[in-house]
Write a protein that binds this ligand. Structure first.
Ligand code: KIV
Length: 260
């Protein structure tokens, strides 16, 4: 699926449903059960590889998993691939060379973590035909600076996040992931932007939601409080994914218990 179709959905007021996806079988499952965006997240470093952060994930890992997801999706679903730590921070040219590898194996868009410092990089990619999703709030690749705690809690930090979001949108980003920020801050950012926001631990006001698949099906030993195990009460992976997609579309997930 290409970006214009995804954005049309958002413009019609439909909430976007996203889930992490790292392999062909899961890609087929998600495409058949109402998921719009398959996020080949660098969270695979933790969920698949057993690391305690996303930092060790390589570009070769991301290319391998993006290619597998693309084969499974077979033209359905929108494939969003993470630029891994160290593959884009040095320069716009480095980001382009990395993103090109992901696009060549089937990504429809790449995602990078960070604020106004990446405005030039976003412009550089977008002007060269690579759609970009920005990512603000909790930035797992910056865990050594911030830890994994809720971000943008003070008014100063919330305002900085809003300024970053506006700058990234002006640079050409087409989507914005908001991770682990207060629901009120996400609502404010969402209202100020024309591009859709996709929340994870950021409340119900976002234009869509994303979860880590392993959290959704109960495979994570200590899942974050903002996730929900949708396999509980459902008798198959397909039913769990469908229930998540339906809950996002109808505004029933996330509830107040999943946000702060
Ligand atoms: O890598 C990932 O799974 C992500 C989500 C947490 C948004 O970036």
């Amino acid at each position: 699926m290409f970006l214009p179709k995804l954005l049309e959905q958002a413009q019609r007021g439909e909430r976007l449903v996203a889930l992490t996806c790292y392999d062909a079988t899961t890609a087929r499952l998600l495409c058949a059960n109402g998921v719009d965006i398959l996020l080949v997240g660098d969270s695979l470093g933790m969920t698949l590889q057993g690391h305690d952060s996303t930092l060790p994930v390589s570009l070769a890992d991301m290319v391998y998993h993006t290619a597998a997801v693309a084969r499974g999706a077979a033209g359905q679903g929108f494939i969003l691939a993470d630029l891994n730590f160290g593959s884009y921070q040095a320069s716009p040219a480095q980001a382009f060379a990395s993103a090109a590898q992901l696009m060549a194996v089937g990504a429809n868009m790449v995602k990078l973590e960070g604020g106004a410092v990446f405005v030039e990089t976003v412009q550089f990619l977008v002007q060269r035909g690579i759609p970009v999703c920005a990512h603000l709030g909790l930035l797992p690749q910056s865990v050594n600076s911030t830890g994994y705690s809720l971000q943008a809690r003070s008014e100063t930090d919330a305002q900085r996040l809003l300024d970053d979001a506006l700058a990234l949108q002006a640079a050409g980003a087409s989507l914005l992931v908001l991770e682990a920020i207060p629901a009120a801050v996400a609502a404010r950012v969402t209202a100020a932007l024309t591009i859709p926001t996709i929340g994870i631990g950021a409340g119900a006001a976002c234009g869509g939601q994303v979860l880590v698949y392993h959290d959704l099906v109960g495979l994570t030993a200590t899942p974050p409080s903002f996730t929900k195990n949708f396999l509980i009460g459902h008798d198959s992976l397909a039913a769990a994914v469908r229930a998540y997609a339906e809950a996002v579309k109808t505004g029933h997930f996330p509830g107040p218990e999943h946000s702060r």
